[in-house]
Design a protein. Sequence first.
Length: 413
Amino acid sequence: MAKMSFTYALSLFFMSVIPGAWRRTAAGAGLLAPDGSVAPTIFAEMSAAAARTGAINLGQGFPDEDGPSEVLDAAREAIARGANQYPPGRGIPDLLAAISEHQRRFYGLEVDPAREVIVTAGATEALTATLLALIDGPDDEVVVFEPYYDSYAAAVALAGARLRTVPLRAPDFQPDLDQLAEAVTDRTRIILINDPHNPTGSVFDRAVLTEVVRLAELHDAIIVTDEVYEHLAFRAPHTPVATLPGGAERTLTISSAGKTFSATGWKIGWVHGPADLITAVLTVKQYLTYVNGSPFQPAIAVGLRLSDDYFTGAAATLEAKHEILGSGLRAAGFTVYPPQGGYFTVADASTLGGADAAQFCRELPERAGVVAIPLTAFVSEDRRGDYAGLVRFAACKKVAVLEEAASRLASSF
């Protein structure tokens, strides 16, 4: 019998999975409504509320101002010179080289740009392609810290694996190492880490990361790290897992340009790691978006080569924005958990009648003219009670917007 092509095999996989196992796992992950339709998200609901009421939208995590002019100008120049057709499948050579240079410059990592890096349609595609490529079957488990970025559950469900979570609890949102060790077993295929962490804003300390590597070695698991906020850590240093002893040989590191350069709509991400794992990811990635963002790729290469002042300045600016937001939340009576990095501040609304954070957020646009997201949107159903009063606010907005939001919150409670 002739060997089946990968494309044909992949098409058979999706045709067989989507009607059956995918529908069941998607429903279990909360991605489908009981009638089988796509379940509405709290993000869409709250954005609609912001539009309807004129409230300041601190729910969704995207900036409301552009990134560095050097990067924007480089994109315009690339369009003008005709970089508007398909780029190479792995990414343009200059961006692959810039990613390699970046990892050496900031972390001392040696990455082969020709064999160990892929440019992707944002970090989300990098994550999805990685899970689809490396998960072997329904008995595989993916361990994540909870709360978790909502696309993780969707990608794990699409790959047909089981999601196993380790809770992060206030006030520091660091995992209990005994609970982590209990969660990682011989069934664990992937340990997925988001650091700096969305939505809690925590930066994992070295003891946590060292334990992750130890457990991965013990159980022969692969580590996948989502480091999109790597340059936006401001109260604790960001340590890539790949820099730790034993980490590089079993870690796929994912990042993107959207957060660092305030260009979330460009969707330029990347993943790097051991060549054999990267080849497996590329095999899937080429049948997802194939390629993307041709004129944006040279622009991000320019961005990654900006001076140290840009990167330190970006983190300092974001920290100052969190201070403005946090002050307004405290004045309103929230208990605030200051983030160590990333776009978001988490606050406890329980003392303000917000024991049900989802209902509190639905009422907040009318009450205070501000939109936020309940942390229960980022946890599994059986753990929602542990995060019932917690609310996430985005600080990645203009200073004037944050000052107005802080004023509205402080005067509304």
